[in-house]
Design a protein around this ligand. Sequence first.
Ligand code: IPE
Ligand code: IPE
Ligand code: MG
Length: 255
Amino acid sequence: MNPCMHNIQLSSELLPKHIAIIMDGNGRWAKTQGKPRVFGHKNGVSAVRKTISTSAKLGIKAITLFAFSSENWRRPEDEVGVLMELFITVLSTEVKKLHKNNLRLRVIGDKSRFNPRLQTKIAQAEALTENNTGMVINIAANYGGKWDIVEATKSISAKVARGEIDASDVNEELITSHLTMADLPEVDLLIRTSGECRISNFMLWQMAYAEMYFTPTYWPEFNEDSLIEAITWFVNRERRFGCTDEQVEELIESD
Ligand code: IPE
Ligand code: IPE
Ligand code: MG
């Protein structure tokens, strides 16, 4: 039976539990505005805000946003510098609001390469929101899917070397439990903006079964409607129901 045809309210059970987003296209969007690339990064912040508030209102359990990949250090020094300053500014201005809304913020990735000022801001933001029970927001910064698997492998090998576990105990569950975000549901929906159709070394293991949604929209233009469109697509793929954007929107109002 098609629940939409019978006007039955969409159940929030059908929504994705963990959404991962590759926020791409800031530079190209800036170019369309006749502005330098960093203008795009600055404008991408409002898309982040909209995505977080819409996801939280929908009752999504976790979102993971790819903000800076382990490969992004190769960009011009100036651009990397602006991105780092932007992280610091955004962490300073937004974290209190996230905390007030009971949201939990975590930064995943190799934080050791960030400057000490940024590392301190990150630690403070994580500590402040650590006991919140609402949606988990993971910011993937200096993150790489291969790095994540390498780190897990190193810690498993160390345990084997210390005799805490046997090499024959290594299985999928064990590897999963040593990756970042082991405590969260697996990613069920990946969104990439800007029309590119690749993973760019984002989460690999955790996306084994994710539905992948690619949209030509550049990240700074991604808004509440864009997210609802992606989620509607997901619900329709997963369950083969012909649901509408409006039915997903209703879930916002009913919360
Ligand atoms: C994504 O936008 C943001 C980061 C990678 C930090 P880009 O900066 O990759 O923008 P395009 O892909 O060059 O348009
Ligand atoms: C992926 O985007 C990383 C982030 C969005 C942070 P890129 O723009 O860096 O990816 P490639 O280089 O086009 O694959
Ligand atoms: Mg890009």
